[in-house]
Design a protein around this ligand. Structure first.
Ligand SMILES: [Zn+2]
Ligand SMILES: [Zn+2]
Length: 277
């Protein structure tokens, strides 16, 4: 069975509401999928109900922001309890940090002389099916940037703003486990690209308690996938994979790379897969 365990919706920065995700997944004959928005599970209950109706297997997911040595890591949590107060609190805290950071960007741009009305930003609303986030869409509508690439390369690059610091991976792992979820390091080849993906650079993540790696990812070439698979086998850890598709936003296609459930090692997560009633 085909699988895609990394898909974003309008609840974070993707373009697709849960209905569209389920339709796209189904049209590509993907039988098992997970919705993994950044620091929010707002789309999970709807996606879960729609998956059941459509006869698709579903894993609850969320992509949790974490910080280690000044670097941002994404830890995918799968199969958690929706009612977990610890997880809900961590996600809320992370979203508040990102919202604050977006406000900081706007104020830094104003200080740098850009013609921006802070009140207009506060009052600004946008159609979430555009993808992205409030600050980005606001700056596009104000004619100050053309898109996400332009935003990072030209606007952000000119500001000396540091990303917010999130919880240490060990802390994020503890919260995910408290919620009965499995913590998987997302796209390690991308997150560790600056320092290189090696057993050495993965060691602090291993020591933080991650349960596996997202081995199959659009960010990974064949050698990176092979390295991740070997590393997981050596440490007896789980193997996942997904597209990191955001709908039309940032252009990663759903179901790519092609992953079969036989390629994965889901361990205890097998029991957390939600199937048709
Ligand atoms: Zn990510
Ligand atoms: Zn993602």
């Amino acid at each position: 069975m085909r699988a895609d365990l990394h898909i974003h919706t309008v609840a974070s920065d993707g373009c697709w509401p849960p209905e569209r995700v389920v339709a796209e997944v189904k049209s590509r004959s993907i039988g098992l999928f997970a919705v993994t928005d950044h620091d929010t599970i707002a789309s999970v209950p709807a996606a879960e109900a729609l998956a059941r109706e459509a006869g698709l297997a579903f894993l609850r997911g969320v992509e949790v922001s974490a910080s280690l040595d000044g670097r941002l890591f994404h830890i995918l949590a799968y199969g958690f309890d929706l009612e977990s107060l610890a997880l809900t609190a961590l996600l809320h805290e992370n979203r508040a940090k990102m919202e604050g950071f977006n406000g900081d960007i706007i104020h830094a741009l104003i200080a740098a002389g850009y013609p921006i009305d802070a009140d207009a930003y506060d009052a600004y609303e946008y159609d979430p099916t555009r993808g992205g986030w409030k600050g980005l869409n606001f700056l596009i509508d104000e004619g100050l940037c053309t898109g996400v690439r332009d935003f990072f390369d030209n606007l952000m690059a000119g500001l000396s703003l540091e990303m917010p610091t999130f919880a240490h991976p060990a802390e994020a792992v503890a919260v995910i486990e408290q919620a009965n979820g499995a913590p998987i390091l997302a796209h390690p080849g991308m997150s560790l690209r600056r320092v290189g993906l090696t057993a050495e650079t993965l060691r602090p993540l291993l020591e933080s308690g991650i349960a596996g790696l997202e081995c199959y990812s659009q960010y990974h070439d064949d050698a990176t996938i092979r390295f991740c698979l070997d590393w997981c086998a050596r440490h007896d850890l789980l193997i996942t994979g997904g597209s990191d598709c955001h709908g039309g936003f940032v252009g990663r296609e759903v179901g790519v790379p092609l992953v079969d459930t036989a390629d994965l090692r889901l361990g205890e997560l097998e029991e957390r897969i939600i199937r048709q009633l």
